[in-house]
Each structure stands twice: as C-alpha cells, then as structure tokens.
Design a protein around this ligand. Structure first.
Ligand code: G3P
Ligand code: MG
Length: 241
C-alpha cells in the first residue's frame, strides 16, 4: 500500500528497457515494458565496427560476459554472447522493428562515433516502414556529436543530457535546438527545471527509481522520468489526479 501521491502524472520512460526480468537493453526487456504500456523506452547505442549495437557499459563484465573494452570487440563475437537472462545483444535495427510505433523511443548516442550511422539507420527504417520520425528522440552527453546528428537529420527530436548543474543552467544549448533537457536526479533543483521550461524544453530526469523521488519530481514540475521500475511509476500515475 503506497502513501505516495504525485502532483501530476509523469511520462514513464523505461530506462535501458526497464525490465525486472531480463538484462538491461535487451529486446526481451523492451517487449516486457511495451506490454505494460510504458510511454517511452530508452536505450544506449554504440557503433562497434560499423554495426549499431545496444549496450550501456564501456567494458564487458557486468551485463555482457567476458572482459575488456566494448569498443575493442568484434561485432560478430559480441552477437554470439549469451547474457544472464539468456538473450543476446541486440542491434538498433532490431529494436526499431520491435518497438515500431508502440512507444516513443529515446536513442542515447553512447559511443564516440555513432551519429552518422544512427541517422542513416533511422532514415532507412522510417522510409521502409512507413512510420514517421516523430516518435524518436536522440540524446547524448556528447553535445558535439548531437550537433552533428542535428545537421544530418534535423527532423528527429534531440535531447540534451547533462550530469551536473551547468553554470548557466539550461542556457548555452540553443544551437542544439533540442526538444528535451535530461538532467540527473543527483543534481536536480527547481531553478534548473524552471530555467529549462522557460527556454522551451521538456524536462526528463534520469534515473528515478524510488516513490518519494517520483513524488519530488512531480512536485518540481518535471515532465518525464527515466526509471528502472516503470510499473512502479505507472501505478502512481494511475492513482494520480
Ligand atoms: O538517458 C538517460 C540515462 O540513460 C543517462 O545515463 O548512464 O544510464 O546511460 P546512463
Ligand atoms: Mg542511457
């Protein structure tokens, strides 16, 4: 029985797929989150030897078995690995096909050189599937790379990831012409949220897992949260207002 009440519903973004049963960033995790009706799915993408594969860590050893730097691995070897949940590493194309238009998809550019390949992949997927670009948001902590993505495929929305509190809050990002501003819960405050809103951004905060923090985010007027526990947020959203 929860006593937490949200001031307003929050967009539910399944962080790394948000699964409670499957390894993060897998197709099985995405399917589980789609089945419970999340608003959006977030995944992390790397350009590994010319293939876009979905993973978070820069080294093997946590979700991917083995050791060493992810960037040093051959894509065909990575695709042979069996993860703890029994699934394999997925490609961006497989995720695009699975998700279709069932949810918003936030693609986080993780590796240093993936903007061009992500743009080309999205472009050809949208052309072949007949879907639009509207359900995609491409984000990154690597702002120069996000800028290159904007130049290559401006019709896809962009999200600005920040870790701390920038000196001038949400100012200074105008050239990215972004849709969303993605600050960390570890550095959130009302000034940052309000400044981002004043500048026309929606505010999506990562990574919010506990109910009291979900309540705080709704009180701060945040628009959406990345969570590893999407069901938890969806229950609160359903009880709200
Ligand atoms: O995109 C939000 C969040 O995923 C950013 O941090 O390290 O979980 O990719 P990380
Ligand atoms: Mg991420």
């Amino acid at each position: 029985m929860t006593h937490t009440t949200l001031a307003k519903p929050l967009l539910c973004i399944a962080h790394r797929g948000g699964s409670q049963q499957f390894s993060e960033n897998t197709l099985a995790a995405f399917e589980e989150s789609l089945n419970i009706g999340v608003d959006a799915i977030e995944l992390d993408v790397w350009n590994l030897g010319g293939e876009l594969l979905i993973a978070h860590d820069r080294r093997l050893g946590k979700t991917l078995p083995g050791g060493g730097r992810l960037i040093d691995q051959q894509p065909h070897q990575l695709k042979e690995l069996i993860l703890a949940c029994g699934n394999r590493i997925a490609s961006l194309t497989e995720a695009l096909q699975l998700i279709g238009d069932r949810a918003t998809l936030n693609i986080e550019l993780k590796s240093p050189d993936c903007a061009e390949l992500v743009a080309a992949t999205l472009e050809s997927f949208v052309r072949d599937s007949g879907l639009g670009f509207d359900q995609y948001v491409v984000s990154s902590f690597d702002h120069p790379q996000l800028y290159r993505f904007k130049q290559r495929l401006p019709q896809v929305k962009r999200g600005i990831l920040v870790e701390g509190i920038p000196l001038h809050y949400a100012a200074g990002f105008d050239e990215l012409d972004a849709y969303t501003f993605h600050p960390s819960i570890n550095f959130i405050n009302a000034e940052l949220v309000n400044d981002a809103h004043r500048r026309g951004y929606k505010v999506w905060v990562y990574t919010v897992n506990e109910e009291d923090d979900m309540q705080l985010m709704s009180e701060l007027g945040v628009d959406g949260i990345f969570t590893d526990y999407p069901k938890r947020l969806m229950t609160l959203n359903a009880q709200c207002c």
